[in-house]
Design a protein around this ligand. Structure first.
Ligand code: FAD
Length: 279
């Protein structure tokens, strides 16, 4: 959703469009320039993402989040892979994106940060997580040998959307059906409690994984990162959220402006949603 005080920080132009797999469109953004004077800092996290403004109904721009699949320092270009998932302003824009289109976006930020003593890295998610997982593996390859092995679990609706990933001996890549993603993540993370777990995908799936890691197994937060990348039937959820009244929004704002750490804030946020049947 676009917040009223949101402002794009950068503008760019689409310099290439390609179909990576049947449901994944690759858009290359070049000729990037700052709108507010800030620079496009070097990437801190390989799962970096930004808000991208796309035309919504009535041509009003709406913000949607996308991963920077690749940075091309030699040309200053950024590469974004967008899933064609059905209906929605971003997927519809991706389906018709063309060289010369103007795009507006935020400064990228990310979360991926495995601790130094990690014995294995688990990268789990659905098709929307594939760009971040691909980037994490590509960046690891650039750092040379060393580091823990990686297990990848990716759920796809359509197996023809599988992509070649940059793996090493000792890594393990598993493709599964969307309905198996959560169980597979829970099982693999239980097998290796010292693993760093990175999970991104549908919001309820993410909540189940987060609940397992944080509330049931009490694994310290530096050993995992979970993020909801999209929400099933989001129109219905947003309508129910709005129907819960301004009190819920105020309570959420209070939580996120509190002194509690990020995960405590998220715990309280989840509790508020659960009270309203919105989890
Ligand atoms: C940090 C972050 C990084 C992300 N990176 C990527 C990325 O690199 N590539 C990418 O493709 N997506 C990525 N996403 C997910 C993407 O932002 C969402 O899928 C987004 O909702 C798409 O917007 P839309 O305008 O197409 O659809 P919306 O207007 O948001 O939704 C329209 C309808 O489509 C449904 N819907 C939305 N997304 C999906 C989906 N993936 N599958 C099935 N139904 C869906 C909704 O429930 C709703 O019914 C990322 C999300 C986050 C938070």
């Amino acid at each position: 959703m676009t917040e009223p005080d949101d402002r794009p920080a950068f503008a760019g132009t689409v310099t290439a469009v390609a179909r990576v797999t049947p449901h994944m469109v690759r858009v290359v953004i070049g000729e990037v320039h700052s709108l507010d004077g800030q620079g496009l800092d070097a990437a801190q996290h390989p799962d970096e993402f930004f808000g991208l403004w796309v035309p919504g109904p009535d041509a009003l721009p709406l913000k949607r989040y996308y991963t920077v699949r690749e940075r091309r320092p030699e040309t200053g270009e950024l590469v974004v892979d967008l899933l064609l998932h059905g209906h929605g302003p971003a997927t519809e824009w991706a389906a018709r994106a063309a060289v010369g289109d103007t795009v507006l976006f935020e400064a990228p930020r990310g979360h991926y940060a495995p601790p130094a003593d990690t014995t294995r890295i688990l990268l789990c998610g659905d098709a929307t997580a594939l760009p971040a997982i691909g980037r994490i593996l590509d960046e690891r390859a650039l750092t040379g040998a060393g580091g823990p092995p990686v297990t990848v679990v990716i759920a796809l609706d359509d197996p023809t959307d599988r992509q070649e990933l940059t793996v090493r001996p000792g890594d393990d890549v598993r493709w599964c059906a969307p309905g198996d993603l959560v169980a597979e993540t829970r099982r693999l993370s239980a097998d290796d409690p010292d693993a760093y777990v990175w999970f991104s995908g549908e919001a309820s799936d993410m909540r189940t994984v987060r609940t397992t890691l944080r509330r049931e197994r009490r694994i310290p937060p530096h050993r995992w990162m979970t993020m909801g990348y999209w929400r099933r039937d989001s129109e219905r959820w947003i309508a129910r959220f709005e129907a819960a009244g301004p009190g819920l929004r105020d309570a959420i704002e209070e939580v996120f402006s509190s002194e509690a750490d990020d995960e405590e804030q998220t715990d309280r946020f989840e509790d508020l949603l659960a009270e309203k049947g919105l989890l």
